[in-house]
Design a protein around this ligand. Structure first.
Ligand code: AMP
Length: 417
């Protein structure tokens, strides 16, 4: 059965079409620069030549309509009609305390999602638009929301409580939520499978190191603590985000340096992190080559980042009572052996010993620790979409083959299209 996964951002939409339960990706692609005259559509469909085209996309509705047209079009398409899409799974960034797991979207859930809109003003409104557009364009297909925050809802209160007056939690739900939950869930569960039965329960810190970076302490498959907090601005140093800083610093920038608050927030979100330190780039490939060429601040930025990640890892160990394995994932975690080595060098005292040759490996899903290292170090490519597709199938109860009743419900006559 075909399950469409969608990740709707402010100006981009990424999609994958899975053949489930085989978990085979039969099409993937994205629309970028939505809302501009030079929007870009990119599709890769199994057995067809990849397609990239520039065309104006006025908004998310038009982008999703175009991508559906491509999937069912006579030239590059792979579906007979839109009815071949059985269900849609959406990445939904912030579900607050309302959602502890993925959920089928019905009118009541849609209302609660609306109540979450302002929890993540840069993300949730676009996720909601994606849901509404699919309701209009793929009306027969049930939809499921998979939350970045849900995995972290197992954190104990001593991990998620902010040390500010408690009324802000009671009245305004201000607390640590954590993000990248789908990625942390996927790689920690994969790590437990790869590590096998050696222990009753593995104590793992997963390191999602991409444009946004966060760490998560996982024990017995549950998130016990994480580095991001009320917003994805906090935690470790990132590409353009500052991570944890002195909480009085924004007020100082406003009051002593007369920078308007909105500009301060933009600086902390978009001009800080390794970009801010290096003055060069948020991309670690640029920073590595500049550092090799002697650029002192690129080198400093890389070391600040590595130290911040190592400190973050160490800070999470009390949450799980020890450390059996570290997992690296996402753009930097998967692709930069040098950054993995820098981070692990700060953690040698903890028993983190890398195998220098293995670490260079470039093989997906690999153990890069030295044989006998007290802490295992794994590299596992993340696959949030696969988990979204899996959740969509299981939340809707499609685990086996579809029942006859389900087939009838999705038949053209029943759907009326
Ligand atoms: P993500 O958000 O997971 O897509 O990660 C994107 C980031 O991964 C980019 O900004 C790069 O900094 C980083 N990245 C991707 N490939 C490499 C590489 N080969 N070496 C170092 N960093 C990389």
């Amino acid at each position: 059965m075909n399950i469409l996964t969608l990740n709707c951002g402010s100006s981009s939409i990424k999609y994958k079409l899975f053949d489930m339960p085989k978990e085979r990706v039969i099409a993937r692609g994205q629309a970028e620069r939505i809302g501009r005259a030079d929007s870009i559509l990119h599709h890769e469909i199994e057995g067809k030549a990849p397609f990239t085209g520039e065309q104006s996309l006025s908004g998310h509705r038009e982008a999703i309509e175009r991508l559906l047209n491509h999937l069912i079009g006579p030239e590059g398409g792979i579906l007979n009609s839109v009815r071949d899409i059985v269900a849609v799974g959406h990445r939904f960034v912030h579900g607050g305390e309302f959602f502890r797991s993925s959920v089928a979207i019905d009118p009541g859930v849609r209302e609660t999602l609306e109540a979450c809109r302002n929890l993540a003003p840069l993300h949730n409104p676009h996720n909601l638009t994606g849901i509404d557009v699919c309701t209009e364009l793929i009306p027969h297909a049930p939809q499921v929301a998979v939350f970045d925050t849900a995995f972290h809802q197992t954190m104990p209160d001593h991990a998620f409580t902010c040390a500010i007056p408690y009324r802000f939690y009671e009245e305004n739900r201000i607390r640590k939520y954590g993000f990248h939950g789908t990625s942390h869930r996927y790689v920690s569960s994969r790590a437990s499978e790869l590590l096998g039965k050696g222990r009753e329960e593995w104590r793992i810190v997963t390191c999602h190191l991409g444009n946004g970076s966060s760490l998560c302490a996982v024990r017995d498959g549950k998130s016990c603590d994480t580095t991001m907090g009320f917003t994805p601005l906090s935690g470790v140093v990132m590409g353009t985000r500052c991570g944890d800083i002195d909480p009085a610093l924004p007020a100082h920038l406003v009051e002593a340096l007369n920078i308007p608050l909105a500009e301060v927030m933009s600086i902390l979100n978009h001009e800080s992190g390794v970009l801010g330190i290096s003055g060069l780039s948020p991309d670690f490939r640029d920073l590595e080559s500049a550092a090799d060429g002697g650029h002192a601040r690129a080198r400093l930025a890389l070391t600040v980042y590595a130290y911040s990640i190592a400190r973050g890892i160490a800070s999470l160990i009390p949450a799980i009572g020890g450390l059996d394995a570290l997992v690296f994932t996402a753009g930097i975690g998967e692709n930069s052996p040098r950054m993995r080595a820098r981070i692990c060098a700060f953690l040698a005292w903890l028993g983190v010993e890398l195998d220098a040759q293995g670490n260079e490996g470039g093989v997906p899903e690999i153990d890069v620790s030295r044989s006998g290292s007290p802490v295992r170090v794994l590299v596992i490519p993340t696959d949030e979409e696969r988990l979204i597709a899996r959740d969509t199938v299981s939340v809707l109860g499609y685990d086996g083959e579809m029942s006859t009743g389900e087939r009838q419900r999705l038949s053209p006559e029943a759907v009326g299209r």
